[in-house]
Design a protein around this ligand. Structure first.
Ligand code: ADP
Length: 729
């Protein structure tokens, strides 16, 4: 059935309609090889008017590139019965025309093709438009690919996203990676998720989708992307958004660097200025304004000589010459002028500025105001000079050391007295002038102070320029910073030679006198004892009392002489111990008994372990120490007559203490009372007789026993004196 029959229009009429619509028709009868075509067909396929083309002439008209494709289609059409294809027809004038062929093939009862019939439409125009569109898109795609632009298209209704390879690449995936929209959203840097959400919300309102945000790539690197898109609405409802994605990481880094750099320049304490080679200022930061007083408006475009003192203008020429050679000028100290005419001390660092071709076009200059610093240095120099003068005019020797104990300064007195030069002390050390016998102790104490930070104090002999050694009292105190860290040590050495000599003479005298006194006093004591035994039975009370008083005073005198003799022995190292095995409990009891007898007004209690406590010690000396504790306890507690003696022991040592409830001792005196001749100076204490040597001797005795002597006391509440000695040798 022909098309005309199908649509019930007479053939001629149909032909006219089709011709005027530009549509060509063809009809081919295969058994007879008849090929009937319309006028329009002849034009389309470039056949001469009036000629009779055969079906076999058609392939010659088809573009060679399209021929295979067309033959394939025809082959299929002989099976399916449907013809449907588009090809290019090449006219003899070489012009190309696109045609669309639609038709059908009819078959007989044996499935043999009988005829084909169809229409042909010229689609050149349509094709050209499409082709140019495709070309345009290709060009755009190419342009996008070489730029950093990715394109995407997101369907809001399905959340499907179409995107170019560049998008995948920007997000750190292979170009061919297949990503869902959600996967892309998951890559947004957590802190930036809000930015993206806000941008999308705004886009759904105003149609413009734009934001900058960071994305985390699969390799954990972070990139910055710029998104720009347009929303498409359908009846007011946003249905899709499409746009571009640009990798702006590099720009962001550069921007951040620029911002940081600008912030550094702006906030710098130093003046940062740049100028051209002709001296015209091109930039001027806040500190430049603060230091020199000129605003950027007053300086930019002006010559730098505005801040250079006239007598220093030639410096500028030298600086420019140096810069031209591409060299830097570092820490150049000079003077500059402020707007209000003040002269400032400045330190300059100047570097050449180059353009992109490497040509030197100017200089950047960092100027630091060092006026204050200079003043401090001058003040310091002045005060140091003052200090030196002061130190040098002192008769005392003054020295300093670093924290490691290396002596590094000596005043004039040190050089004058020792006759040494700085080099001598530097080369041979300070120790060279210390007496050989004092060196070891000197080194030990100095090392101890350096290690512990405790004050250094030592009496030692130093050699003078005459070669004679003189006694010195050396002290050093650590100087600390605000955090308590030692910075240095300051020491002094004072000549105490004369004091030492007179002390030695005094000791010598005490030793001689006590020796000489001992024999006559002992014989007086003997005679008094005889006289007492003779006259005790007689009625002469006066004589009896007089003899008793003499006897008491002689005991005091004997004790004093004994103490003085002991002191001399301690001084010369002649105090020998005569050790023996004895029970400390018995010794304490006997000693207390003696004191009770002499001081009946006081009640002395003893607390001690039941068993014997054997010690190996000098019985007489231990008793002497205990007597000292007891007599003091009685002497210094006039208003409270109770004294408690306690003995405790373990298998290693024995502890004996004497507690009184008397006048007590201030905390700061606790250590000093064990020194020779030391007595607490108070209005109370003055009333008690004594020489301040009892505790000194007691402590030396205990020390000799490798023991320990201690005091705990509070002013007004009484004292506890005790000693600990080892029980075994
Ligand atoms: P003194 O002969 O002066 O008593 P000591 O060497 O025995 O000499 O004692 C030294 C100083 O210690 C005394 O002058 C005294 O000030 C103080 N002192 C000693 N024992 C006591 C005590 N039990 N109570 C208060 N002060 C004491």
């Amino acid at each position: 059935m022909s098309i005309a029959e199908k649509i019930k229009i007479p053939d001629e009429e149909l032909q006219t309609i089709l011709n005027s619509a530009g549509i060509a028709t063809f009809n081919c009868h295969f058994p007879t090889d008849t090929f009937i075509v319309s006028e329009r067909y002849m034009e389309m396929f470039d056949f001469d008017k009036g000629s009779k083309p055969s079906i076999h002439d058609i392939p010659a008209r088809i573009h060679p590139d399209d021929l295979d494709y067309r033959n394939e289609i025809i082959k299929v059409a002989f099976i399916t019965g449907t013809i449907n294809y588009e090809v290019r027809i090449v006219h003899r004038d070489r012009s190309i025309h696109w045609v669309r062929v639609n038709g059908s093939i009819t078959f007989d009862e044996n499935k043999q093709p009988i005829s084909s019939i169809g229409i042909v439409t010229d689609v050149t125009k349509e094709k050209n438009i499409l082709q140019s569109l495709e070309e345009k898109e290709l060009r755009l795609r190419l342009a996008m690919d070489v730029s950093k632009l990715g394109i995407w298209d997101l369907d809001f209704t399905t959340d499907d996203i179409i995107y170019s390879e560049k998008v995948a690449e920007i997000l750190g995936h292979p170009p061919s990676a297949i990503l869902t929209h959600q996967q892309m959203v998951d890559q947004i840097y957590p802190d930036d998720k809000k930015i993206v959400e806000d941008a999308l919300a705004a886009a759904k309102q105003n149609g413009i989708y734009v934001y900058n945000a960071r994305f985390i790539r699969p390799d954990n690197s972070v990139i910055w992307a710029h998104m720009k898109g347009k929303v498409i609405f359908n009846e007011g409802v946003p249905i899709r958004v499409y746009g571009t994605m640009t990798d702006i990481t590099e720009n962001r880094i550069i921007d951040e660097m620029k911002t940081t750099l600008a912030a550094i320049v702006a906030s710098s304490e130093d003046a940062i200025v740049s100028k051209r080679l002709d001296g015209i200022v091109t930039s001027w930061n806040n500190s430049a304004e603060r230091i020199f007083g000129y605003t950027p408006e007053e300086m930019i475009g002006q010559h730098i000589s505005k801040i250079i003192p006239p007598d220093r203008l030639n410096e500028e020429t030298t600086i420019i010459e140096t810069l031209k050679k591409g060299l830097r000028v570092e820490h150049f100290e000079t003077k500059r002028l402020t707007k209000d005419g003040r002269l400032l001390d400045v330190s300059l660092a100047i570097s050449p500025l180059k353009n992109s071709n490497g040509m030197i076009i100017g200089a950047s200059k960092v100027a630091r105001d060092i006026t204050e610093q200079k003043k401090i240095i001058r003040d310091l120099q002045e005060s140091e000079a003052k200090f030196r003068l002061l130190a040098d005019s002192m008769p005392q020797k003054i020295w300093t050391s670093d924290i490691k104990g290396n002596l590094n300064y000596f005043n004039k007195a040190v050089y004058d007295e020792s006759g040494l030069q700085y080099e001598d002390i530097y080369n041979y050390g300070w120790m060279d002038v210390v007496h050989p016998d004092d060196k070891e102790e000197n080194i030990r104490r100095w090392k101890h102070s350096i290690d512990t930070g405790e004050d250094f104090i030592l009496e030692h002999r130093l050699r003078g320029y005459t070669g004679e050694y003189r006694w010195q009292l050396s002290r050093a105190i650590p100087q600390k910073d605000c955090n308590g860290n030692i910075q240095m040590w300051v020491g002094t050495s004072t000549d105490i030679h004369q004091i030492k000599e007179s002390e030695e003479q005094k000791d010598f005298f005490i030793s001689i006198a006590s020796h000489e006194l001992k024999t006559p006093v002992t014989s007086i004591k003997g005679y008094v004892q005889i006289l007492l035994s003779i006259y005790a039975k007689k009625e002469d009370t006066f004589l009896n009392n007089a003899l008793l008083t003499i006897d008491k005073q002689i005991i005091t005198l004997t004790t004093l002489i004994g103490d003085l003799l002991d002191m001399s022995k301690i001084k010369t190292g002649a105090l020998e111990l005569e050790k023996q095995q004895f029970d400390i409990n018995t010794l304490v009891e006997e000693t207390v008994k003696e004191i009770r007898y002499a001081t009946p007004a006081h009640s002395i209690n003893i607390t001690k372990p039941g068993n014997n406590i054997e010690v190996f010690a000098d019985k007489r000396r231990i008793s002497q120490a205990l007597i000292n504790f007891l007599t003091n306890a009685v002497k210094y507690s006039p208003n409270n007559h109770q004294v408690d003696v306690t003995v405790t022991a373990n298998n290693k040592e024995v502890h004996v203490s004497v507690r009184d409830y008397g006048i007590g001792i201030d905390r700061q005196e606790h250590e000093k009372i064990f020194e020779r001749f030391y007595r607490v100076e108070g209005k109370d204490e003055k009333t008690y007789p004594g020489f301040g040597i009892g505790l000194f001797i007691a402590s030396e005795i205990i020390k000799k026993h490798s023991g320990k002597i201690m005091v705990t006391s509070e002013k007004g509440k009484g004292s506890t004196f005790s000693f600990i000695i080892p029980t075994h040798n």
